[in-house]
Design a protein around this ligand. Structure first.
Ligand code: FES
Ligand SMILES: [Fe+2]
Length: 383
């Protein structure tokens, strides 16, 4: 197994100088999950972490960039998040319970905490310094979104496309580091080989139209190709010989791609629906990435409104199958190095290198000098 990018940097002492192991503020050790070195903290961004309906009476554990969080609903039913390590002896608070008064109780010695992280010890009621670190949780679009307490709501990602109807969401685990998952969602060249429904067949692979632009804060990609035959796409009111158009924008605050998919007939006439998927790629650990997908549909021709429920269902099922194709395949390439040194990149890979830079600068908040050091270390560590 190859060394992971953040492991390589941290063991070399690079970020280690900023986040020294075993030091830092109270409870800092909670961030070390399963012996892994930490990735840079990304909680200045709001990340979707859990469908809101799944958080009920029991606390639940979620992970983000190698840190674990205990989510629970307080006495008012509002979702809250604490570092998932009790300040006493680091037992996971998510294995505890929510008391009748809405405080989260540690399963080990019963220390308990409110949504602000203010702690009490039942056996030493006068004990001071029982508090733990609390985070912000926002409930929107059927999900719980986690961020630092001082992250302004204005930082909430803007991902709802105008003129579209929200049709549903789903989550899926990718057993690969963030950079591998991101690269997979940055080109359609793998479409005829990894997928079986959307897009073109391998015999059409030489004739696709493609363009891509790299910007300061995002990448944009466009594909146009013959749509292959599939029983599922027929439910989307397509005709044989239609063209598949896939356009997307990838942003890094946090990491997400907004995919727009539509079809046209031979003369360029649009088919009745346009589909949009906002795909959030949330690194849970250095080796796993959780995808949260929000689906949207736009009806272009009002005569088809009666078919909206059927098409809406088909478009969610289709997205689920397509993302699952990638999720099933991704372990095969999970050890792909972070550095692209030695790779024979082609035109379809144009966004990939630029995205590494945006990932480092925008998402992980590293300056140019640090980013350069990161690339150097990744390369010299053989990743
Ligand atoms: S470890 Fe939580 S109360 Fe002791
Ligand atoms: Fe794919």
């Amino acid at each position: 197994m190859g060394r992971q990018p953040w492991v390589g940097h941290l063991t070399s002492g690079w970020l280690g100088q900023r986040v020294p192991r075993g030091h830092g503020r109270q409870g800092e050790q909670w961030k070390y999950v399963a012996g892994m070195e930490p990735m840079p903290d990304v909680t200045r961004f709001f990340h979707p972490v859990l469908p809101a309906r799944t958080l009920r009476k029991k606390p639940l554990r979620v992970e983000l960039a190698g840190r674990a969080y205990a989510l629970f609903r307080d006495g008012t039913g509002k979702a809250a998040a604490l570092a998932d390590a009790c300040p006493h002896r680091f037992a996971p608070l998510s294995a505890g319970r929510v008391r009748k008064d809405g405080r989260l109780e540690c399963p080990y010695h019963g220390w308990n905490f409110d949504a602000e992280g203010r702690g009490r010890s039942p056996s030493q009621p006068d004990l001071k310094r029982c508090d733990t670190r609390a985070f912000q949780v926002v409930e929107r679009h059927g999900y719980l979104w986690l961020a630092d307490r001082d992250a302004p709501l204005s930082a909430f990602p803007d991902f709802v496309p105008e003129g579209f109807e929200f049709t549903g969401s789903f989550s899926m685990l990718f057993r690969a580091p963030l950079h591998v998952a991101l690269d997979n969602f940055s080109e359609d060249e793998h479409t005829p080989f990894v997928h079986t429904r959307l897009g073109w067949d391998d015999h059409d692979t030489g004739g696709i139209e493609f363009s891509a632009e790299n910007h300061e804060d995002r990448t944009e990609v466009h594909y146009r190709a013959p749509q292959r035959a599939s029983w599922l796409v027929r439910l989307l009111l397509l005709k044989p010989g239609d063209f598949f158009h896939n356009d997307w924008v990838t942003r890094f605050d946090p990491v997400r791609a907004g995919y727009t998919i539509r079809w046209t007939g031979k003369a360029g006439e649009p088919r009745p629906f346009t589909h949009h998927y906002a795909i959030f790629m949330v690194p849970e650990t250095a080796r796993t990435t959780r995808f949260h997908v929000f689906a949207f549909l736009k009806l272009l021709d009002p005569r088809y409104r009666p078919l909206l429920p059927v098409v809406s269902r088909a478009h969610r099922v289709l997205a689920w199958f397509e993302v699952r194709d990638d999720a099933l395949f991704i372990p095969t390439v999970a050890d792909t190095p972070y550095s692209m040194k030695g790779m024979r990149l082609g035109k379809y890979d144009k966004p990939l290198i630029h995205q590494r830079k945006l990932l480092e600068r925008i998402y992980f908040g590293q300056g140019t000098e640090e980013a350069a050091a990161l690339v150097f270390l990744a390369q010299s560590s053989g990743t």
